[in-house]
Ligand binder design. Sequence first.
Ligand code: FAD
Ligand code: SF4
Ligand code: SF4
Length: 475
Amino acid sequence: MPEQPAAIRVHNMSEVTHGYSEAQARLEAMRCLQCRKAPCVGGCPVRIRIPEFIQAVADGEFARAATIIKESSLLPAVCGRVCPQETQCQEPCTVGRALKDPEKGVSIGRLERFVADWERGCGKVETPAVKPGTGKRVAVVGSGPAGLVCAADVRREGHDVTVFEAFHKFGGVMMYGIPEFRLPKAIVGEEVDTLRRMGVELTPNFVVGRTRKLTDLLEKDAFDAVFVGVGAGLPRFLGVPGENLVGVFSANEYLTRSNLMRAFERGKALTPIFLSKRTAVIGGGNVAMDAARTALRLGSDEVHLIYRRTEKEMPARIEEIAHAREEGVVFHFLRNPTRFIGDAEGRVRRMELLKYELGPPDDSGRRRPVAIPGTEYIMDVDGVIVAIGNSPNPLVPRTTPGLETTRWGTVVAADDGLTTLPRVYSGGDIVLGAATVILAMGQGRTAAAAINRLLAGGAPAREAAEKVESIPDQG
Ligand code: FAD
Ligand code: SF4
Ligand code: SF4
């Protein structure tokens, strides 16, 4: 896929990849073998009819392709860009398997992005039809992919839907976490506008648990059901000395300032952002890659990524690791900070790193990092971004009696999203732990179907089952 050269793109926030032209998309689509058993479909959490949409692309029937994709995915322009395709739809692709390299499989996500962009580009995005009003009211808490998809599917049935969002902009992590250079905010904004056109009411700056309790929405405000999609936005820290020095940030804060408050637009932005010249990013997931690449774009001369395992165990998408490397991020594997050291003014100046080696596999199946005592050494830094994972947002569970959580803080929900409280459903990262856009979207859709059944008088009150056995290890 054509993209901005690394030397140019590190100086701007524009999207790295340009997307396929029509001719390129058709050529790529022609690589699909139209396998009878279509293993790719099994790799897609929402089971898009992949061979059919790809055939439509190959035939140049892009509108037909868009219709097929949208049967299963409401956010194809987003998923086509950020889905970890190499571990999902593309991983089992027959073409990649035959070539013994999943990277060489059919580029399903890129084709999906092409179709979605083509549809938007020619102004053919249709607003989904909404059935006549039922008078029933549903509150959706949180406007990430889980909340947006749930809101759309419930609204289609003719129910009134209000989305309550803590931030002043809608879209969740798609808006405040994933940077502009990977997912342009205009795309997320257009998805939100589609909901507005459908008649969904969107209420910003409304923190459920503070502005109003969840139970009040049901008992005082006469909502018939609530969907909780508040995500996993609570940053984890290392817990080592010096982590509160000036210049040490959570990736959440750093990325939110840059993405949501557009801190990169110096002089115009609503918020400042810390500028460092020699920046260390701690972690190996997508969040770490996003933070490292953002730091480069904000003017760091050097960005050092510190990860306690090896590249093989990194949870970040392969494409993001490759892009970060091309842009000049320096990777340090089998290292972890033991302390941060400040100057007389309390600003971070150095950090101590300890070397690691790989031991036997842990619960996540990846080889465990084992510290090598006595291998400490010092690295000079003037900015540190900690990106070692996020935990579920605790506010709603803490302020909602009877809403049970697991010991990892995730909300307990049955397969259809029903929580331990009647008429309260949940999905996305708050149920799964930090997961992916497509999984959050799928859960929003499943919960919407259950809410629609409930409001039609058909949903049995059942006990919610504990779903999450452990929070995924993101570091
Ligand atoms: P979120 O997107 O977190 O949305 C939750 C929303 O609820 C937020 O807007 C929040 O402000 C709001 N909220 C929270 N509490 C309250 C409250 N009390 N009242 C009202 N509103 C509230 N996934 C991928 O698939 N591919 C990627 O490349 C990728 N990159 C990522 C990069 C970063 C930096 C991060 C942080 C995550 C990334 N993810 C990626 C993960 C993905 O974004 C999440 O799994 C997904 O957004 C979860 O969706 P959600 O709807 O459950 O929650
Ligand atoms: Fe096409 Fe690959 Fe799916 Fe086969 S597995 S149908 S080649 S995309
Ligand atoms: Fe692949 Fe994601 Fe599209 Fe499914 S939604 S086909 S996993 S890119």
